[in-house]
Ligand binder design. Structure first.
Ligand SMILES: O=C[C@H](O)COP(=O)(O)O
Length: 254
């Protein structure tokens, strides 16, 4: 269960949020071995959050929201994978629809970023999902498979099991319109089947497939009931410690 804070929460607010989350999970007797909880703050919060996780031995994973496809150098404004790895970051979101939509990122760039994340020993969370008009045309499965192929291009069969794929229908992000459990399962299953066709069942089973889009504590169990839905990538609801803890424990219960 990964909480993507997006461009919210400064580093002072981040320390309070992450502590409240860890305490709430402890009070709920959450077992991190059953469901992994990951926080994905903005770059400016990473050091503060990492210090708390390490110092207070909080049972939370740490992720970043984006990364450069390049090695350190003259790339103003970018953050290199090696810098994130040095900070103790374990997961990096690549290809989020907000990056694809507002920053012109295409599958080739997403694949290059995912490869860079793997090269530096971290796990990419590779996002993909269809626009509303694509779903209305009934082309969502083919569209998502195309994004999967393009976004994982060049990643070796050895590295693929380390990848996390997040299916996030764009029309369900931040809109309150959650896909039905059947919608989520349909695409997650199709993605896994594609991985199995291309790389074998063992690789496909090892890849964790998440659903994202208006996930809350009240709907997480139904979504997680899908056989091919292994977890959730949560946006808005991860900004509330109690709500995100409810998602983590709700996912564990399903
Ligand atoms: O990365 C998270 C997704 O974009 C979902 O966001 P949301 O839970 O606010 O709909």
């Amino acid at each position: 269960m990964a909480g993507n804070w997006k461009m919210n929460v400064d580093h002072v607010q981040a320390t309070a949020l992450v502590q409240r989350l860890a305490w709430t999970l402890r009070d709920a007797k959450h077992d991190p071995a059953s469901v992994e909880a990951v926080v994905i703050p903005p770059f400016t919060d990473l050091r503060s959050v990492q210090t708390l996780i390490e110092g207070d031995k909080l049972e939370l994973g740490l992720g970043a929201q984006d990364v450069s496809a390049h090695e350190p150098g003259a790339r103003t404004g970018e953050v290199a994978a090696s810098m994130l790895a040095r900070l103790g970051v374990q997961y990096v979101v690549v290809g989020h629809s907000e990056r694809r939509q507002y920053h012109g990122e295409d599958d080739a760039l997403v694949a290059a970023k995912a490869a860079k994340v793997l090269e530096h020993g971290m796990t990419p969370i590779v996002c993909l999902g269809e626009q509303l008009e694509v779903r209305e045309a009934g082309e969502h499965v083919a569209d998502c498979i195309g994004q999967l192929d393009g976004s994982l291009a060049g990643i070796s069969a050895e590295d693929l099991p380390k990848v996390v794929v997040a299916y996030e229908p764009v029309w369900a992000i931040g809109t309150g319109k959650v896909a039905t459990p059947e919608d989520a399962q349909e695409v997650c299953a199709a993605l896994r089947a594609r991985l199995a066709d291309a790389h074998g069942a063992e690789v496909a089973d090892a890849v964790r497939v998440l659903y994202g889009g208006s996930v809350k504590s009240s709907n997480v169990a139904a979504i997680m009931a899908g056989e091919d839905v292994d977890g959730a990538l949560v946006g808005g609801a991860s900004l509330d410690a109690g709500e995100f803890a409810g998602i983590v424990t709700g996912g564990a219960a399903s």
